[in-house]
Every structure is written in C-alpha cells, then in structure tokens.
Design a protein. Structure first.
Length: 220
C-alpha cells in the first residue's frame, strides 16, 4: 500500500526537549510545593497538556499564573533544545515525494507552536494536532484519526513515528503502522523490551530511519 502520510510526535522524536520540559516543571513545582520532583515522577504524569499535568500535580495550588510561569521559563530557556541531526533532511525527503507530514503531540498548542517555530520546523508540517485539540489524548487514537483525515490518508497508508508506548498504542488502535524513534533513548534495547506496546520496528539513528523511509517510498 502506498505511503501517503507520516505523522510525528514532537518531544524526543523531532527535537531533544525533555530536559527543558522537566526543568520548566520543576521551576514552577519548586515555587508551589517548595520541592522538586524526580524526573520519573514528572514523566509518569505525561499524557495531558502542560496545563493538565500541572493541575494533576498541584491540585488546589494550581492557578493560571502557574501555567504562565511555566511557559515563560520554557520559552526563555528554549535555546537548550536541539533538533536531532538528520530530521530536516527526513522532512525534505517526504516533501519531495509529496507525502503528507503531520504532528500528533500531547503538548498544548502554545508550546508545540513555539518549539516548531523556534527550531524552524513549522513550515515542514501540513497538519498539527495537539492535546488542546483533543478530548482524549494518546494513547486514544482520536488525534491520529484527525490527522489522517486532514491529510486524506487511510490508516494503512499512514506511518506514526514516536518514542512512547502511547504513540504505538494509538497507531495500533487506528490500524496504522508505527515506528519507534529511539535516537533520544539512552538504552534503546532495554527501553524497547520494557514497553507494554511496541512499535513495528525501531531506529536508534536518524540516518537509518531515513534509509528505511526511502525503501518504504520506493515500494509504494
């Protein structure tokens, strides 16, 4: 079946954002709770948007000003973020073959658009679906259905690329293919085995992912 659309997660897939995200959360948590949380505790709360995560972590201590403080820190320290080498070339490859390019992320609109703009990736995407656009975030396939509909691609024509079990679960529920982006994972083999839902295949280097896409395109 022809490959018609490739839909990407953002964090740790297109760009190395996790350190900044954890620092931004701990920046506001330290003010509100008088303590920071371990990375594992914050990562366990991932799924909702930044607003949802902060509400879950802070409870009655949450205010809209807390979210604004998070975003101020995130934006003012965004120079820490780097696009993974080879990603711009991957997006150029897809564009040159007229394959649809989309984003599906649990991030909110504000942080997603800021990151894509600051890294010069925004023009590469035709469709952007964020947690703010969804009533049910990943692992529910609602967002993937929206992205596929916007790109006019059927599930069997679609590839979802991400780094987390929620990405792979959403793809499998929707009937789409899924590949693991493990180039930001310290111990990819161990990580892969630990997942409750695994991708169809995974890559630890962007150039290998690029070559696999070339083969998939040539077979379309």
């Amino acid at each position: 079946m022809k490959l018609k659309a490739v839909i990407f997660d953002v964090d740790q897939t297109l760009a190395a954002t996790q350190d900044l995200i954890l620092a931004a959360f701990n920046h506001v948590l330290a003010k509100c709770l008088k303590k920071e949380l371990a990375a594992e505790e914050i990562i366990a709360a991932f799924g909702p948007t930044e607003e949802g995560i902060l509400k879950n972590l802070l409870g009655v201590r949450y205010t809209p000003q807390v979210l604004e403080d998070f975003y101020r820190y995130y934006q003012s320290h965004h120079h820490r973020v780097r696009v993974y080498p080879g990603i711009p070339q991957v997006l150029s490859l897809l564009s040159s073959h007229r394959i649809g390019r989309g984003i599906l992320t649990g991030k909110g609109n504000r942080s997603t658009l800021f990151t894509l703009s600051a890294t010069n990736l925004l023009p590469s995407f035709e469709v952007i679906v964020t947690g703010d656009n969804l009533s049910r975030p990943k692992p529910h396939p609602e967002g993937l259905y929206k992205a596929m509909a916007a790109l006019k691609a059927d599930p069997e024509q679609t590839l979802l690329v991400g780094d987390a079990a929620a990405d792979f679960m959403a793809a499998k529920e929707a009937g789409a293919r899924c590949w693991g982006a493990y180039w930001g994972v310290p111990e990819p083999e161990t990580y892969h085995k630990s997942l409750s839902v695994r991708p169809d295949r995974f890559f630890t280097q962007v150039p290998d992912f690029h070559q696999a896409l070339l083969k998939a395109i040539s077979k379309s």
